[in-house]
Each structure stands twice: as structure tokens, then as C-alpha cells.
Write a new protein. Structure first.
Length: 553
């Protein structure tokens, strides 16, 4: 049997898209709008929790930068809600050569914001640049399975040998080493967006560091972003191939890190879409403007086995997991309808061949690993520390400096110190970009991080914790896990049942051993102005503003 079709794979995202598109039906909501002061212009104002880290799609890793990229750039395809639609490609392509060859015809009217044509060569250049080890792209692993990608990433072949070529300026050909059943949903990721070679080479190391050091081929152009500031604008791109479909003149974005500030901005009409959590979310849950936006995003703790040798002990990792009351955390700290996580793969992402939710199926044999049990946590902790040759641990918990991150850290500090004798946990709060850098460099003991689906398949999560993946910051490893993930992508890739069993077993191993400590699946609490229409949301947790408009304008 086949994995379920995309419409079934994305139950959460589809429901979210429906809620957002319909949120104008109730005119009693708060946030009457900053739009009224913008004369006849269609200006939407929204918040982000932190700054853009980069606009270089080859090295982009975070959702905030990813949203800015989706707003301002186009790849081969684009999600409109849960529907995959052509973007620079003229149609959704079916592969030939037993699933190993994709031939894309590109739009001849697609242009960059500087007037240059968007060509097949732009894709070839960007893909080769991303997979080149010299670029140090953490998303390069997504290219695994494209001809020669693995050898290039391992330094055995030149980037120019990657299985991507321009048959002519508007025909792109991609050669795979084996069929990849989810390939068409992968190329929506910004890591597969085209790049204008002349612009990249013109700015060199400065490329993507400010809004004037990038060119755009998407619905909007980024402006007023210096690389470090807490606000930016996205203005309608008149050069966009689908410009007639774009209704908004501008999207204004402001970084807001405090829920009460976000609420005040919304209620005073200064923002149309804000995110709230904790007590503020609980306070506003019955407001007509409140929309809990379920996401295919899981937050988890990474334990640095390289820096803290005791974390190599499985009992120590299991003790940390069992010491955390996830239900209490979600209800009392987050307060935003998030879901306690039983494992890394979120619910409603994918189904097994027999129609069972993948996440729930994987939890059947490993669910107790994330069940709160203070007595068992203490027992495992004591035994684990003894086996590791230590009697206590003094650790640093690294987190962002936002209000929500600080409250979460304080909760974990309280829970872990209370339930794990001999543990001293010191909280270190740093700016978002600093947390990313320190995580990537292995400069942490414990860090809270998150992963959102890049495409609707469990491999987008499970691939992260193979021993050689650049996102495996805690350095947990399991040879059996590695073998299962590899089999799911190679020998079993076209056998739906065998591939499902590979992934289910891998998820069970990761959960039982607590290679990472899953905490919750996010459901962001949003307050959305009732005048905003057609605000679509994708399986990759991204807005698509192409068809969005403000009623009454």
C-alpha cells in the first residue's frame, strides 16, 4: 500500500489553513486594525519572535528566515495551504526513468527583482553551491539521493558533478541515484531555491546579510532589513511572474518577544497577527480572534554527549525525560493548546500503510519513555550517574532570551533539580542567533531546540539524528538507527511497507534511548484580525501571502 496522499498527510495544516481563510467571518474580534490608517493600501502587520538570521538560502536554518524567504522568493513549487502548486516550474512534474529523472519546464516570464531572467542555470548554480562542503550548508543533507550528492558532501567529487543540469535556459533536469517518493515536496524548501550567481559573487561573504544584498523572484521584496534590526518590510514585487494574484502592498514585520506586549499591540490595532502564549493565551482563548495554529513542529532537549560524558549513559538521558511533566508544562507554562510529545515525529504528519497515524504507531512500543514518573526518574538517575562514575552534575541550560523561552527554562530547571538529586542547572539566556550558533558549534550542555517539517514525511525528522547529520548537535548515535534510516532511503525506498517498518523501528529506538528528549508539539496561539482573508498555511509551517487580502480595502 502507498503512503497516504498529501491531503491526508496534512490534516493539521489543512485544518489550520481553513481556519485562517475563514477567520474574517466573525466581525466581533479584537484588533480592529492598523490597516485603517494605511489609506487604500493593503498593509498587513505581523510579529515574529526573533530576528532574521540570514537571507542566504544555502545556509538558512531557522523558520523566521525561512518565512522571509518564502515571502520573497520562489522555487520550483509553492504550497497554497496544503495544495502543492507550480511556481517557477510550469507544472507539477512526474518522474521518468523508474522515478529517477525529473525534467522541469520553467516559466519564461519569471524575473529577479533586478530585471534578470530566472533561468535553469540559476537552479544549477544554487544547488551546486548548497551541496558544496565549502558553503557549510546544514541543509545539504537534503540533497542525498541526487546523483553524486553524497560523494560531493564527503569531498570525493566536485560540486559540478551534482545530478542537476540546464538542458536550456528554461529546462532543468534532475537525476537521482534512486527513486525518492517525497522528492516533489522536498523542493519547496528554501534550500532548493534558485540563486542569481552574479549577485551572490558580487557580494561574496556579505550576500544575504541585509535586504540590499539579495535579489528576489517572489511575491515580495525585503526592505529595511540591515541584518540585525528588529523590524523589516516586505513590499509587493512588481516583477513577480504572478504579480496579479498578489493583493497586499506590504507586509510589515516587528520582533516582539513578550506576550503581553503582543496582546497590547493587537488590541490597540497596531498589529493584525500576533503570537501569544502562557497566561496571555489562557486569558484570550475565548476571544473570537484567537486561533490556535497547530504545527508539524516538535520542541525537544538536546543533551551534549561530547561535552558532558555522563549523557552517553542511556539511564541518565531516560531520567531527564521521565523527570519532566509534559502535560503540566503544556497546560500551565505554554497555555496555547500545544500537545505533549511522545516522540520526535509530530502527530498528523503522515500515516503508515494501514492508515494509522505514524507518530501514534511509533509510540505504542516506546510511549512510557516520555511518561512522567518522578520515582523512576530518580532511580534511573542514581543508577546512571553511578555507571558514569560521577555523583552529581552541574550543567548549563541554554535558551533564547524571549519571554516564553525564559519561562520554559525556569520550569525545566525546577522540575529537573527537584526530581534528579545532585543536579544543579544554571540557565543561560542568549539572543536567538547566538543560540543557533552555539548549538551548531556544540557550545552547550542542554539546549531547547525545535524542528518543523520540511515536507510531510517522517524522514524529515528522523534523518536529523543519524550519526553524521550536521543537525545532530548532541552527538547521540546508534549504528542500528543509522542502518534503518539508510535502508529507508535506499534498498527499501520503493517498498512502502518495508520503508514504513524501517522508520517506525528507528523512531522507537530514538525514543527508548532518548537520543533527544521530546517535549511538545507546538500549537501556536495567534490573534488574527478578522479582516484578514485567505491567509493560507502550509505543511511546512509557513504562511503564503500570495492570495491574502484585507476586507474593505
Amino acid at each position: 500500500m502507498k503512503w497516504q496522499k498529501l491531503a491526508k498527510l496534512t490534516t493539521v495544516a489543512l485544518a489550520a489553513a481553513t481556519i485562517l481563510a475563514a477567520c474574517g467571518s466573525n466581525n466581533s474580534g479584537s484588533g480592529s486594525s492598523s490597516t485603517s490608517s494605511s489609506a487604500a493600501k493593503q498593509v498587513l502587520t505581523r510579529m515574529e519572535g526573533d530576528v532574521i538570521s540570514t537571507m542566504d538560502t544555502s545556509v538558512m536554518t531557522d523558520a523566521i528566515s525561512g518565512q522571509a524567504a518564502v515571502d520573497t522568493m520562489d522555487g520550483l513549487y509553492r504550497y497554497n495551504g496544503a495544495t502543492l502548486e507550480p511556481a517557477i516550474a510550469t507544472k507539477i512534474v512526474e518522474p521518468t526513468n523508474e522515478g529517477k529523472t525529473y525534467t522541469y519546464k520553467l516559466r519564461k516570464d519569471a524575473k529577479w527583482s533586478n530585471g534578470d531572467a530566472v533561468t535553469a542555470e540559476n537552479f544549477v548554480y544554487a544547488w551546486q553551491r548548497t551541496v558544496d562542503p565549502a558553503t557549510k550548508s546544514q541543509y545539504a543533507y537534503l540533497y542525498s539521493g541526487i546523483k553524486n550528492a553524497d560523494d560531493i558532501m564527503n569531498g570525493k567529487k566536485e560540486a559540478s558533478t551534482l545530478g542537476v543540469s540546464a538542458k536550456d535556459s528554461h529546462t532543468l533536469v534532475v537525476e537521482l541515484e534512486h527513486a525518492i517518493p517525497y522528492f516533489k515536496t522536498m523542493v519547496v524548501n528554501p534550500a532548493f531555491f534558485p540563486q542569481n550567481q552574479e549577485v551572490v559573487e558580487k557580494y561574496g561573504d556579505k550576500y544575504g546579510t541585509s535586504s540590499d544584498k539579495v535579489v528576489y523572484n517572489g511575491p515580495f521584496k525585503l526592505t529595511k532589513w540591515t541584518g540585525t534590526n528588529n523590524s523589516w518590510s516586505e513590499v509587493r514585487n512588481k516583477s513577480y511572474w504572478n504579480a496579479k494574484a498578489v493583493k497586499l502592498d506590504e507586509v510589515k514585520v516587528q520582533v516582539v518577544k513578550d506576550s503581553s506586549t503582543a496582546l497590547n499591540l493587537f488590541q490597540s490595532g497596531k498589529m493584525d497577527d500576533v503570537t501569544i502564549s502562557g497566561e496571555t493565551a489562557q486569558q484570550m482563548k475565548n476571544d473570537p480572534s484567537y486561533k490556535p495554529l497547530a504545527q508539524a513542529t516538535v520542541f525537544y532537549l538536546e543533551l551534549n554527549e561530547k561535552k558532558v560524558p555522563a549523557f552517553k549513559n542511556e539511564k541518565v538521558r531516560q531520567a531527564i525525560s521521565k523527570a519532566i511533566n509534559r502535560k503540566e508544562f503544556v497546560n500551565n507554562v505554554l497555555g496555547d493548546s500545544s500537545i505533549p510529545a511522545a516522540n520526535l515525529t509530530p502527530q498528523n504528519l503522515a500515516q503508515t500503510p494501514d492508515g494509522t497515524d505514524f507518530s501514534k504507531a511509533a509510540a505504542k512500543n516506546a510511549g512510557n519513555s516520555t511518561k512522567y514518573d518522578a520515582a523512576e526518574a530518580k532511580k534511573l538517575w542514581t543508577e546512571g550517574l553511578k555507571e558514569a562514575g560521577v555523583s552529581s552534575l552541574n550543567l548549563e541550560y541554554l535558551t533564547d532570551d524571549s519571554e516564553g523561552a525564559k519561562k520554559s527554562a525556569e520550569y525545566f530547571q525546577s522540575q529537573l533539580e527537584k526530581n534528579l538529586p545532585g543536579l544543579k542547572l544554571t540557565i543561560s539566556t542568549v539572543p536567538f542567533k547566538s543560540r543557533l550558533t552555539r548549538s551548531e558549534n556544540g557550545d552547550f550542555d542542554i539546549v531547547m531546540t525545535a524542528w518543523g517539517a520540511d515536507f510531510p514525511d517522517p524522514i524529515t525528522f528522523l534523518d536529523l539524528f543519524t550519526s553524521d547529520n550536521s543537525y545532530n548537535n548532541g552527538k547521540w548515535n546508534s549504528p542500528e538507527y543509522d542502518q534503518l534510516i539508510q535502508a529507508s532511503k535506499t534498498t527499501d525506498v520503493t517498498d512502502e511497507d518495508a520503508r514504513a517498518q524501517d522508520l517506525l523501528k528507528a523512531q522507537e529506538i530514538l525514543t527508548k534511548e532518548q537520543g533527544i528528549v521530546p517535549i511538545y508539539q507546538r500549537a501556536q496561539g495567534h490573534l488574527i484580525n478578522s479582516k484578514i482573508k485567505n491567509l493560507a498555511y502550509s505543511p511546512a509551517n509557513m504562511y503564503n501571502f500570495v492570495h491574502t487580502y484585507i476586507a474593505g480595502k
